[in-house]
Design a protein around this ligand. Structure first.
Ligand code: PMP
Length: 393
């Protein structure tokens, strides 16, 4: 059988493969990026589901508008104000998770061999979504404040066929880092200068444990070139597959056309259920509960890393979100460490695959949202021992 050329670039995600390996319940897993299921509002959702079916059963099971359920879009538009985005329901398209917005971004902007500029490292799920459109990737180094703007400037000046800039400015996956306000502004200035769209992917911004939430990159956009992707996966539940794409006029219209071809519209029932939840309950109180749990888990992970990891392991300190990112001495290989650590029932994701052009095999990502505080300490202790042994070997 002959497949399309694009299939050559697509392979199983390393994370998915690792997740299969660690189905064993004895494994302490820092590998996935899954929200803690004990925080899902199951009882509330039972009531919400009954209410939706009793009040609007027929409509809730019918085809619906491609753009999404308007009352839900209105509520999302309102929620955007806290990060400086003044918008209306008309600028919001409901998608099947923000992952669908990433796929659509590829479809809207990328032809074969076009260039995506992204952070180095970047979200594997986005890299894979874009790969389906056979682009090239230009990675820009990042530090504690986001992309190094001088490197971005140079890349924009020297590279042909750049079609879009993709960034995760808040508690980045995988690095856990957050862009400073100054870098956000400078990014917009450059995007304006080079007439490029910016895809701002922000699933974690609402999970801030300390400090002030910075304004979105979109809030500095005066030319309608930023597409903001949001999701309820981390603040509510990922199984509903509810996200949104926020963009201006003609640009959003392109996403709506693509959405029509992909799946006509997002699940009508779950959109109405979420909307009903937002009417019946206080989602911000729910998010506070999630943050309390994750903050404690983050603290235990950071304290344990400090206590048990060899001193020459570098790591980021996330002020929110789900991940920290570790860097081993240059000559070490995190894939090899992974094979040793899985023998003591501890899993994580080696960092190599977060670099679309390869390299940096001395890095790995740790997630702290899924495991209890006890397990986090025990897992980091075991991993610390593996690292120690490897370094003295
Ligand atoms: N973007 C980033 C940076 C992510 O980490 C994730 C989920 N891991 C997504 C997008 C997709 O999330 P969802 O489709 O569940 O909204």
């Amino acid at each position: 059988m002959k497949f399309a050329r694009r299939m050559e670039a697509l392979k199983a995600s390393e994370i998915r493969e690792i997740l299969k390996l660690i189905e064993n319940p004895d494994v302490i897993s820092f590998a996935g990026g899954l929200p803690a299921p004990e925080l899902f509002p199951v009882e509330e959702m039972k009531k919400v589901s009954v209410a939706v079916l009793e009040e609007d059963g027929q409509q809730a099971l019918q085809y619906s508008a491609t753009e999404g359920y308007r009352p839900l879009r209105e509520k999302i538009a309102k929620r955007m104000e806290v990060i400086g985005i003044g918008t209306t329901a008309d600028n919001i398209l409901i998608t099947s998770g923000s992952q669908q917005g990433l796929d659509f971004s590829g479809k809207v902007f990328l032809d074969e061999d076009d260039v995506v500029v992204c952070e180095s490292p970047s979200y594997l799920g986005a890299i894979n979504a874009f790969r389906a459109y056979s682009p090239k990737f230009v990675e820009i180094e990042t530090d504690e404040d986001g992309m190094i703007i001088e490197d971005l400037e140079k890349a924009l000046a020297e590279t042909k066929n750049i079609k879009m800039i993709y960034v995760i400015p808040d508690f980045q996956n995988p690095s856990g880092r957050t862009w400073s306000i100054e870098r956000r502004k400078r990014l917009i200035a450059l995007a304006n200068q080079y007439d490029l769209p910016v895809v701002e992917d922000n699933p974690y911004g609402e999970l801030r444990f300390e400090g002030e939430r910075p304004p979105a990159i979109k809030s500095f956009d005066t030319e309608g070139r930023v597409i903001y992707l949001g999701t309820f996966s981390k603040t509510f539940c990922p199984g509903l597959r509810l996200g949104w794409t926020l963009g201006d006029g003609e640009l959003l219209q392109k996403y709506i056309f693509v959405k029509q071809g992909a799946d006509l519209h997002t699940n009508t029932l779950t959109q109405r259920e979420l909307n009903k939840f937002l009417e019946m309950y206080d989602i911000d109180a729910h998010i506070e509960k999630i943050k309390d749990v994750y903050r404690k888990r983050r603290d235990v992970m950071m304290d344990s890393i400090k206590k048990y990891f060899p001193k020459n392991v570098k790591y980021t300190y996330p002020e929110g979100g789900l991940f920290t990112w570790c860097e081993l001495p240059q000559e070490m290989n995190a894939r090899e460490i992974f094979l040793k650590s899985i023998k003591v029932n501890v899993a994580f994701v080696p960092g190599g695959s977060f670099f679309p052009n390869g390299g940096k095999e001395n890095t790995f990502r740790l997630n702290y949202s899924m495991m209890s505080e006890e397990k986090i300490e025990e897992g980091i202790k075991r991993l610390g021992k593996v690292l120690q042994e490897e370094m003295t070997a």
